[in-house]
Design a protein around this ligand. Structure first.
Ligand code: 1GP
Length: 249
């Protein structure tokens, strides 16, 4: 069996880009979760990211286990907001370093705290150069990380960060405008980076329509993450449209 990272690369190869549904443990109802996941898979969601800025609930492990049981062989990847969001039930963890910050805690401190836990859980790690991009109003990610986002009109600064991530051996790059962001990551920035790096490019934050998702893929996003929008149950029927907008191959 290949790694979860190789599964992600296969999805990108086969479909042009992958559709990632982000599930926040604080905003998901456990009893409804299996149904939501089955509907998502049926509609064309390829991958599940699990995590959030906070953790008010005390059932993270059960949450991950429930998602994994329902998701079958679809990758279930932790996207942790803190070291409290780790579980052996996931297929892998995005091992994030907030490379857009100059805050040592988010660059390496938390990663050191998490390392023995990840080792003990036997989790596959997918290293990720995580970059917060300016997106209008202050987002939770910006506030909680106490870091300045990359200016949205400076694609060259973003590109330099992405290249640095690649040269440091990171396996993925994530352009994040923040959950529920007013403005999404600009296409020009995605394009610049996609043209220069050879590791998977993840884009998310504030994507609320299939057209926006399609524009990110056309610009070069390889995994498109949508969270907030599908937290409203009456939006779930739109998942199919998002999937066909993202699967451009
Ligand atoms: C946030 O990129 C993700 O970390 C998804 O953002 O919740 O706005 O879709 P949304």
């Amino acid at each position: 069996m290949g790694t979860t990272l190789s599964r992600l690369k296969e999805i990108i190869q086969q479909k042009g880009a992958g559709f990632v549904l982000l599930l926040d443990p604080d905003k998901s109802s456990l009893p409804q979760l299996p149904d939501t996941i089955h509907q998502a898979i049926e509609a064309g969601v390829d991958v599940f990211f699990l995590g959030g800025s906070f953790l008010f609930q005390n059932n993270f492990d059960t949450f991950v286990q429930t998602v994994k049981q329902a998701a079958g062989d679809h990758p279930v990847i932790l996207f942790p907001g803190s070291i409290y969001q780790l579980s052996a039930h996931a297929d892998a963890v995005l091992y994030l370093s907030l490379i857009s910050s100059r805050n040592p805690e988010h660059l390496i401190g938390t990663q050191v705290l998490a390392a023995p836990l990840v080792w003990k859980l036997g989790l596959e790690t997918i290293s990720c150069g995580y970059m917060i991009i300016e997106s209008g109003k202050l987002t939770s990610a910006q506030f909680l990380s106490n870091s300045s986002p990359i200016p949205r009109n400076k694609p060259d600064i973003a590109l330099a960060h992405a290249l640095a991530a690649q040269y440091l051996g990171m396996q993925t790059v994530y352009l994040e405008s923040g959950s529920g962001a007013e403005l999404t990551v600009p296409e020009e920035m995605i394009q610049q980076i996609a043209q220069h790096i050879r590791i998977p490019l993840i884009v998310g934050g504030g994507i609320r329509s299939p057209e926006t998702a399609a524009a990110k893929v056309q610009a070069g996003a390889q995994l498109v993450v949508v969270g907030n929008f599908f937290e409203k149950s009456d939006h779930i029927h739109l998942m199919r449209e998002f999937a066909s907008a993202i699967h451009q191959k």
